[in-house]
Design a protein around this ligand. Sequence first.
Ligand SMILES: Cc1ncc(COP(=O)(O)O)c(C=O)c1O
Length: 399
Amino acid sequence: MRKPLKIVKMREATRCVLAGEADYTAFNSINVPIFQNSAFEYNDMEEWIDVSLYRKPGDIYSRTTNPTVRAFEEKSAILEGAEDATACSSGMAAINNTLMCLLRPGDTAVAIKDSYGATYLHFAEILPGFGIKTKICETTDHEAIERSIKEGCKLVYLESPTNPTLKIVDIKRIAAAAKKAGALTVVDNTFATPINQNPLSLGADLVIHSATKFLGGHNDVVGGVVCGSAELIWKIFLWRNLCGGCLDANSAYLMMRGMKTLHLRIKQQNESAMHIAEFLQEHPKVTEVLYPGLTGHPGHDIASSQMRGFGGMLSFAIKGEFDALHRFLPLLKIIHKAANLGQVNSIAGPPATTSHVECTPEERAAAGIPETLIRLSVGVEDTQDLIDELKSALDHYDR
Ligand SMILES: Cc1ncc(COP(=O)(O)O)c(C=O)c1O
């Protein structure tokens, strides 16, 4: 038995700062301490047995539970409006644990084509290798996804907006179809963040974050979290405990510190990304801008109905061939060139070295990812400085 979550009736900004922490402070500390312990001691054998057998809340061993990690889990759950959450060592550990825990040989899972590269490879290779059938559908073809669900499936896996193509899936519509077919809907909400979108309120059963991204937000920690009903999270927690992909206390502390400013960062990132997308779409050396906040984006109406902000992620393609990126990217000085996103620093990179590094050029082409696409994660720097830098690099790179 884990300590049940308290329903915290606070507004969003207060939740970001405080939620989930109160039960885990010690010695009058304001912050939850980093409980740097692999094991916890019991003098009372009865209590030790009860906690070990989950009959009583408490901590035995940090692969199973740890107070700092538990505070991070509670904060994540409260921000997503979930009954509970379980933390994992990375976003991929959260995804892998969820899929392997819920699916068995002979089951069918329906997924979208544009999911994050390593997630896509789970559906294309890893799950089929374990005898799980997968149907990978065209991301925005809602009829095709509904048809596949109707044919029978156990789980539907979505991402919206997608990485790096910023496609939008109507979560409410697909979750309703899944529910009708008796299937669970899992949504990777990494790009949107709980500030901009809450998939559980749209009918999803589980929400996953690569907490490495916006939740942590300071480029100093890797982790993941799954949020949902107490019943499903309990199953996934037990599975994760057996398989070992736990989050450590230091990482949980850094995640929570980042989450205290999540609402402020996201507000700035939403605004800045919108201005940058508008600037980019007017530049003559930009061939395509993918940002759901733009009225011309094919998913704009759905995004407007299910998101409270369009997010800090956008992608754009520049004129030229793949080697044009070799000349364009080094011209960026404020914007980092790296394989991460959702941080206070702006970060740019092509899918070939970021989201789809595990995929072959053929797989990227099949996923409809142009080779000169650049994924831009907008940080919290001054918007005009970012626009000035992008303008100068676009004006001067030799295509
Ligand atoms: C949308 C999305 N989901 C999952 C992941 C995997 O997360 P992690 O790198 O923390 O394992 C990523 C990583 O980039 C991502 O962008």
